[in-house]
Design a binder for this molecule. Structure first.
Ligand code: B12
Length: 289
């Protein structure tokens, strides 16, 4: 697990600069710190991550960010291939290290979801045809993917108490865990308080949560559906109940289901598109204070 704070010495070692340079940057305000009771500088993890990404430092040793070594130390590593191999081998630590190192080097959360993680899961998907071994690998890869995406979440700044809320999940017959979880973390990265209800969430349950949390955006994840007309009817009913709250749908079968639903649904094809939609929505909202 990552620590909540880094010492200047650890961060300096991680990015290959001297401790005295790092302390100078702290004192000039380039890097925000908290002080211990004894007056020592302590850098909050999220601030260290912000600094490294904003200033483009190459992380030589990601271990102080809570990531075990074995990550993307070699600039030439093919991230998609490396993540695929790590998932196939069931190597959660390496997968976390690869993705976290890419994030620290400046890749965005939506692009990592749409890129290396989606590509690796897609390639693994062909294995289900190969019998029970393939299915076991898919289940394990799913659980690793969830760990990786959760690891990214801890680098995000704390959500403001007045942050807009977004709620979502999969439809009743959708068992897929990763897409909805990714949507939640991507929306957190966009400054939302995201509530992921997960797979198998029927409309009535979702609407109960809507009444409770008053979201400004609702998402539906549509991967494992078979009856497009039924899901389309459900989506239309949901959009009707949501009124002005936008209903965003994504996933393998989103476009077909939305077509069947008719009006009132925003189809997005990727996590990058979701982030763009969510950011634009916040900008359009009137300020409440
Ligand atoms: C893991 C997996 C499983 C696991 C699921 C475990 C779990 N609890 O999550 C298990 C083993 C249960 C499973 C079962 C089955 N699976 Co399966 N599975 C997969 C696999 C390998 C990965 C799915 C995944 O998590 N992908 C990661 C996500 C992030 O990627 P993505 O879905 O492409 O999503 C991206 C975009 O579409 C978008 N997006 C997706 N959802 C959303 C939602 C929102 C709101 C937004 C904004 C964006 C968005 O952003 C994502 C990132 O870019 C896929 C392969 C694949 N290509 O995805 C097959 C796959 C989906 N499965 C498939 C099949 C056939 C099945 C089974 C029918 C197998 C069987 N014979 O039983 C069953 C059906 C289960 C059901 N009830 O629907 C096929 C579907 C083919 C089709 N025509 O639809 C696939 C494509 C494999 C293949 N190549 O054939 N599966």
């Amino acid at each position: 697990m990552a620590t909540a704070f880094l010492s200047p010495k650890d961060l300096a070692a991680a990015i290959g600069v001297s401790e005295s340079s790092l302390k100078r940057w702290v004192d000039s305000g380039r890097l925000a710190v908290q002080r211990t009771a004894g007056g020592h500088r302590r850098i909050p993890l999220q601030e260290a991550v912000r600094f490294v990404r904003a200033e483009g430092y190459r992380v030589q040793d990601p271990s102080c960010f809570g990531v075990l070594c074995g990550g993307n130390k070699d600039d030439a590593v093919d991230l998609d291939q490396a993540v695929y191999s790590a998932l196939l081998a069931g190597d959660a630590e390496r997968c976390c290290a690869l993705i976290t190192t890419a994030y620290l080097a400046g890749s965005s959360i939506p692009s990592l979801c749409d890129g290396a993680l989606r590509s690796a899961m897609g390639r693994l998907g062909d294995l289900w045809r190969h019998g029970e071994d393939g299915i076991a690998v898919e289940h394990h890869a799913t659980s690793i993917c969830i760990q990786v995406v959760e690891q990214l979440r801890q680098f995000l700044s704390d959500v403001r108490s007045e942050a807009p809320v977004a709620i979502g999940g999969g439809t009743s017959d959708d068992p897929y865990l990763v897409p909805s979880q990714m949507a939640g973390v991507v929306l957190s990265d966009c400054g939302y308080r995201a509530v992921n209800l997960g797979p198998h969430t029927p409309n009535n349950v979702l609407l109960t949560a809507v009444a409770r949390y008053r979201p400004v955006l609702v998402w539906r994840s549509l991967t494992g559906i078979t009856d497009f007309d039924e899901v389309g009817t459900d989506l239309r009913a949901l959009a009707g109940k949501l009124g002005d709250i936008p209903l965003v749908v994504g996933g393998r079968h989103a476009a077909s289901a939305a077509l069947s639903a008719g009006v009132g649904v925003h189809v997005v094809g990727s996590m990058c598109e979701l982030a763009a939609f969510a950011r634009a929505l916040v900008l359009r909202r009137p300020r409440t204070s």
